[in-house]
Design a binder for this molecule. Sequence first.
Ligand code: EFW
Length: 242
Amino acid sequence: MRIDVLTLFPEIFTHFEEWSIIGRIIDKGLVTIRKINIRDFSEDKHKRVDDYPYGGGPGMIMKPEPIYSAIKEVKSDNSKVIYLSPQGKVLNQQLVNRLSKEEHLILLCGHYEGIDNRIIENYVDLEISIGDYVLTGGEIPAMVLIESIIRLLPGALGKESYKEESHFNGLLEYPQYTRPRVFNGLSVPEVLLSGNHQKIQEWRKYQSLKNTYLKRPDLLENIQLTDEEMKILKKIKEEFDR
Ligand SMILES: NC(=O)c1ccc(N[C@@H]2CC[C@@H](O)C2)nc1
């Protein structure tokens, strides 16, 4: 997979590319990430990339020409141009899974008050938001998008994360524990020390369903539960809806 990030602040990505899992996935050659500085595509002698909004209003808007030139420079037939903005489709694992199949992503990071709408309407394939809040730039959302996608690439998560099925099967995760067995007088649930894998799996399924029902019941609307899971959920509802 190729990812080109169009940004006015390429330096923000330097450590990101070396950091932890990202650096390892890049070193494995599963993805190449390029930072393209939009300012390099500004034609005027002052290298202007923003200007005052027509119709007045606060702040500055990014000019369309430099963005257009940058997109044209990197775009090919199999590219998808993604613009990070609060108006985008809110990112979830389903969308991440879909995007992880793409060959070439061009991530357009805006800044200031936004970018000229003619770019969004005519040259952006998909607008994505990482949540309902406003940021000064699209760079951090771009990093969130990159990490969520590339960790799904085949071979990305080596043995260090065997829990492939934890890829958000729609339910929230079960609680996790590690040594010591007792911490501040608090013990680890006995079942996890039993070595009985059938019981451990049942306990974890129960905890996932309980966590989801109590913390994010909305997620249950979009999941096809097995009969077994429905039975467990029924028990949970009886227990917690008293
Ligand atoms: N919630 C989000 O994903 C998000 C994305 C971008 C953003 N801000 C940029 C700066 C100006 C405009 O390009 C949009 N804020 C929030």
